[in-house]
Design a protein around this ligand. Structure first.
Ligand SMILES: O=C(O)CCC(=O)C(=O)O
Ligand SMILES: [Fe+2]
Length: 245
């Protein structure tokens, strides 16, 4: 599904002594069109170190499964969650739920992972983190975009995954202008060609220890989800680092 993959090797290595495979970690860039971009690094963290993080997070994070409101209905969120934020930031509220903001200082391993993310993404400065734990394949996150105002109009969101591999799907939002756009007959062939260059759906199987970054207009123009996979039994933990303005 991903049409145009560009593999480039990484310039800075957050774990220079710890590259178990001896192979340079690769990053794939996917240009979604209209200023939306995905970066995917399948082997961002060394494999064994990532399992140590998984065990730590599974045991030490104060996970909760809150009641949220979706389309006017109360329901239990279909995954565990926790929220970390630097002091003084505005509160996060999503689906009618305001998570308690824990401190980075209480979770030194999270600061370590944050440092590694910052090194891999020069110029980034994440100050908050939403953690999700999917306890088996019935846990999921439905279609949404992370377009809360407190992240600004073009947020960069860095997502690190641990444990069971799950599918992460991106789907283009219906274009608001499509119904008023010119018919094909009126458009030059070159423009039609350009339009069809970008797929409307992309799927990534997010590996243990991987990093996926959404940037540019991705939250404005795309929605994403981690669907149910009923045959899956193992846990998955996902961290999304965000910058609150
Ligand atoms: O678990 C994932 O990979 C995605 C989580 C997500 O989309 C979110 O927390 O907003
Ligand atoms: Fe999200």
């Amino acid at each position: 599904m991903s049409l145009r993959l560009k593999a480039v090797s990484e310039s800075t290595d957050p774990y220079p002594d710890d590259n178990e495979s001896g192979v340079k970690r690769r990053r794939q860039m996917v240009d979604l069109g209209n200023g939306s971009e995905i970066v995917y690094m399948p082997s961002f963290l060394p494999f064994r170190r990532a399992w140590d993080y998984f065990d730590y997070l599974n045991d030490q994070i104060p996970w909760t499964r809150p009641t949220i409101r979706v389309f006017g209905r109360s329901c239990v969120q279909p995954r565990d969650t926790c929220y970390i934020a630097s002091p003084g930031l505005p509160d996060l509220i999503y689906s009618g739920y305001q998570p308690h903001a824990y401190s980075w200082d209480d979770f030194p391993q999270l600061k370590e992972i944050l440092d590694a993310v910052h090194k891999a993404l020069p110029g980034s400065s994440f100050n908050s983190l939403l953690l999700n734990r999917y306890k088996g394949g019935n846990d999921y996150v439905g279609w949404h975009s992370d377009d809360e105002k407190l992240y600004g109009s073009t947020p960069e969101i860095a997502s690190v995954s641990f444990g069971c591999e799950r599918e992460f799907i991106l789907k283009k939002k219906p274009s608001k202008t499509s119904h008023v756009s010119k018919s094909h007959d009126e458009e030059p062939a070159s423009k039609r060609l350009k339009k069809s260059n970008h797929a409307d759906k992309h799927s990534f199987t997010l590996k243990h220890g991987s990093l996926l970054v959404m940037r540019g207009n991705t939250q404005r123009d795309w929605i994403h989800s981690v669907p149910k996979r009923t045959k899956v039994e193992a846990n998955r933990i996902n961290l999304t680092f965000r910058h609150v303005l």
